[in-house]
Write a protein that binds this ligand. Sequence first.
Ligand SMILES: NC(=O)c1ccc[n+]([C@@H]2O[C@H](COP(=O)([O-])OP(=O)(O)OC[C@H]3O[C@@H](n4cnc5c(N)ncnc54)[C@H](O)[C@@H]3O)[C@@H](O)[C@H]2O)c1
Length: 250
Amino acid sequence: MNRIDLEGRVVAITGGARGIGYAVAQRALNSGASVALWDIDGERLARSQRELSALGKVTAVTVELTQEAAVQHAVAQTVLDHGAIDVLINSAGITGGNGTTWELEPEMWRRVIDVNLIGPYLTCRAVVPQMLKQGYGRIVNIASVAGKEGNPNASHYSASKAGLIGLTKSLGKELATKNILVNAVTPAAAKTEIFDSMSQQHIDYMLSKIPMNRFLLPEEAASLILWLASEDCAFSTGSVFDLSGGRATY
Ligand SMILES: NC(=O)c1ccc[n+]([C@@H]2O[C@H](COP(=O)([O-])OP(=O)(O)OC[C@H]3O[C@@H](n4cnc5c(N)ncnc54)[C@H](O)[C@@H]3O)[C@@H](O)[C@H]2O)c1
């Protein structure tokens, strides 16, 4: 595997305790970065921090990302621990289960928007002033092919990810002359613990839509995510990069 140049960079990863965020942390450490994991699951976070520390400097903050004050604290703690935040990866997310739009409860609909869209808005809002001070930054938002195509029985999730794509495009333009680049990736299904919150019927539906006829591997997601998080990514911002095995039609 090639080495992405992240030497000396500080990478903050929401949802870094497991799944795609964990794979990103692993690859970032193997690429010379130090890492701050931000996740709501304190127990899993401690375990992941222990495991990943074999590869380099890893700090962890237990944080509910929908809470503005908690997010501000995570940023302050990370800057204290590492001296900077060069890269922000917004990977934390939930599915909210599956059901038709008229069956899903308003409470769950709001919760999915809160975690998947308001959460990244709050982290960007808290981290960008630090990046502006540094004169450098890379932000990568983990959206979903569902945000481009709209999955049936997941209107809350699809809408939250479409919103995240919109946030990426706006923020990318706002920061275009500041050496802070903001991009999104749109994965198809990757077999992580997030599958536990979806119906088998929905998982089968997602697989049936992927021309490569297999699931995305978290490591494959980390490759693209961390290239976008590197200095090599220099003329792309406010953009959406496909990770859907051929499913995306635009
Ligand atoms: N795995 C897939 O099939 C797939 C496909 C497309 C997009 N995505 C997106 O990729 C991202 C990562 O997915 P994953 O498969 O690694 O999921 P995962 O469930 O394995 O990990 C998500 C992590 O986010 C954390 N988290 C959830 N809500 C939080 C909150 N309010 N505050 C702080 N942390 C919170 C969880 O504790 C967990 O550790 C998500 O945004 C997901 O929507 C995943």
